[in-house]
Design a protein. Structure first.
Ligand code: NAP
Length: 532
């Protein structure tokens, strides 16, 4: 596939008149990658959203089976790209081919999962309360509701998942599944990969008979084009995965519009790890092995990376820290996603190192290659007082860095949990007895965290109906909603209620007949039955 480097608006390659281009850079070599990418002027944001709005009524009137076939075609098209997709993604991100192959499976698996979800239909949460005309003292009307798509959705993917959280990531496929047209802001860290996937989606939309404005993608660097998409009056919701700083700026813009819109920002997190005494006594060194594995996975470039560890002083805690230090020393410096991220990581390490009371526990012994965007792993140690007193230590440092913090008592573990900001995940390593003895810690974490993991780590997210990936601010901007798993679709729908409608004028999921035997709540009870 020869890349053209242009935006794709409503299925058409749209040449930008801006004349502004940039070249992506290979983070493993520092070499520029062709072709130049043409930044979209803000008029293209307008064209994409006008086309999306025009497509909306047609798209939402397509049957679930037609939309599901479209999603399956996207998955098939991504697979049909073969190795060229993985090779381009590797050149743009430095991620290993094996990791990218796994991420591709996740991406196509997600698209097919949403296809199955909408074919089955219960996700629309149809509720029916039948009329009771002779109820006293007032007649009860017939009331029915179900979930309807909101309209055009703008998607911003992150740099660290060039396939699974990018152009055809969960945000896009869940919005399309719901019946919402999508406009993607391509990530400037992997624009060629974005173009390949955008072309697949456009071709799949065309073949599946979807209206042309169903999908668009604009290229750009910097704030202008992204802001234009968020502020556009036809945008009805935004899904963003990325940094707290960028996400907050766009969230503020979405909220300050004359008509505010929901902004689903999946942001950063330090993902605290709590080591409980029974587990430390039994297996401190083994926990260190899985901790360093999680910390360095993907060169630490996961929003669920374990950025801080808390444990009570003990021999087991000492064993954990010693083993951690030796494993980190042995981890070879590796290539990060781009030079900007590796520089930000170095700045973050400097910030941590300069705090009084912070010690270096271990650092990669190998030398980072200057010609590549390489990072060394670093683990620091400190005490609770230092950790609590320094806000610099509470911020995400995106990369393989963590702070092991020694507490003196169970009460101190609870106090530090109380002081945490909102988090995507927290991990607890313990025995069943530990868990029972630390029930208060769990109660505290339930108020701070989206996902609590027992004897594991947050990295390696399962894509499934019960997954929740999101947490209280600042880990995400809307803690009720997930960006991973089938529940992600609820970000792009809203309930619409129909009162007193004749049966044949109701939307199909609310009519008395239920030919697909969809689960519905009828008069307060779940049933698959048709009504008479
Ligand atoms: P990023 O720098 O925030 O960029 C994300 C996207 O938003 C890019 O397209 C970027 O475009 C755009 N953007 C950022 N700030 C903007 C602004 N003020 N106005 C308009 N557009 C803006 O994030 P990243 O470096 O790609 O990803 C790394 C971060 O993502 C880490 O913090 C990581 O924890 C987080 N992350 C979170 C999750 C999650 O599920 N919670 C998953 C993966 C990653 P430009 O680059 O052109 O500005």
């Amino acid at each position: 596939m020869t890349l053209h480097g242009h935006s794709i608006i409503a299925g058409k390659v749209t040449r930008s008149e801006s004349g502004v281009t940039f070249l992506p850079v290979n983070p493993s070599t520092g070499a520029d990658l062709a072709p130049p990418v043409h930044e979209a002027p803000v008029e293209l944001a307008d064209q994409a959203l006008v086309a999306a709005d025009e497509a909306f009524d047609i798209l939402r009137s397509k049957s679930p089976a037609e939309r599901a076939a479209f999603l399956d075609a996207i998955a098939d098209g991504i697979e049909a790209l073969g190795d060229v997709l993985l090779e381009r993604a590797q050149a743009e991100t430095g991620l290993p081919l094996a990791r990218l192959a796994g991420e591709r499976s996740r991406t196509t698996g997600q698209a097919r999962l949403f296809a199955r979800l909408i074919r089955e239909g219960s996700w629309q949460e149809a509720r029916i309360d039948r009329a009771i005309p002779d109820r006293q003292p007032l007649a009860k009307p017939d009331i029915r509701r179900f979930m309807q798509p909101v309209g055009p959705v703008v998607v911003f993917g992150a740099s660290n998942f060039p396939l699974a959280i990018s152009v055809a990531g969960t945000d896009t496929v869940s919005a399309l599944a719901a019946g919402c047209p999508v406009v993607v802001k391509a990530h400037p860290g992997h624009p060629g990969t974005c173009e390949m996937i955008a072309r697949v989606i456009s071709e799949a939309a065309d073949r599946a008979g979807m209206p042309s404005g169903t999908f668009s993608m604009v290229h750009g660097r910097g704030v202008e084009i992204g802001m234009a998409l968020v502020k556009h009056p036809l945008t009805t919701a935004v899904a963003f995965t990325g940094s707290l700083r960028g996400g907050r700026a766009l969230f503020d813009a979405a909220s300050a519009r004359p008509t505010p819109i929901p902004f689903y920002g999946e942001l950063g997190s330090v993902n605290p790890v709590f080591l409980l005494p029974g587990a430390l006594q039994q297996r401190g060194p083994q926990i260190a092995e899985s901790f360093v594995g999680s910390l360095t996975m993907g060169v630490g470039q996961f929003c669920t990376n374990p950025g801080v560890v808390f444990g009570v002083k003990s021999d087991g805690f000492q064993d954990f820290t010693e083993k951690t230090a030796s494993l980190v020393r042995a981890w070879p410096p590796s290539t990060m996603l781009h030079f900007g991220i590796s520089q930000a990581f170095k700045d973050g390490l400097k910030r941590i190192s300069s705090v009084k009371g912070i010690d270096l526990l271990g650092m990669s012994e190998g030398t980072a290659r200057g010609t590549a965007a390489q990072a060394s792993a670093m683990v620091f140690s400190t005490d609770l007082e230092t950790y609590r007193a320094n806000e610099d230590l509470h911020e995400e440092v995106f990369g393989p860095a963590s702070i092991v913090t020694q507490c003196q008592s169970k009460e101190e573990l609870e106090q530090v949990a109380e002081s945490l900001q909102g988090q995507l995940t927290a991990s607890i390593h313990g025995t069943p007895e530990d868990l029972r003895e630390h029930s208060r810690l769990i109660r505290i974490l339930e108020r701070k965290v989206g996902r609590i993991i027992f004897n594991g780590f947050g990295t390696g997210i399962e894509v499934c109906p019960s997954m929740h990936h999101g947490g209280p601010y600042p880990s995400s901007t809307h803690s009720f909603f997930t960006s991973i798993g089938t529940a992600a679709i609820y970000r792009f729908v809203r309930p619409v209620c129909y009162q007193g409608f004749p049966d044949d004028c109701l939307p199909a999921p609310l009519q008395n007949a239920n030919p697909a035997a969809m689960w519905r709540m009828v008069d307060g009870a779940m049933t698959q039955d048709s009504l008479h």
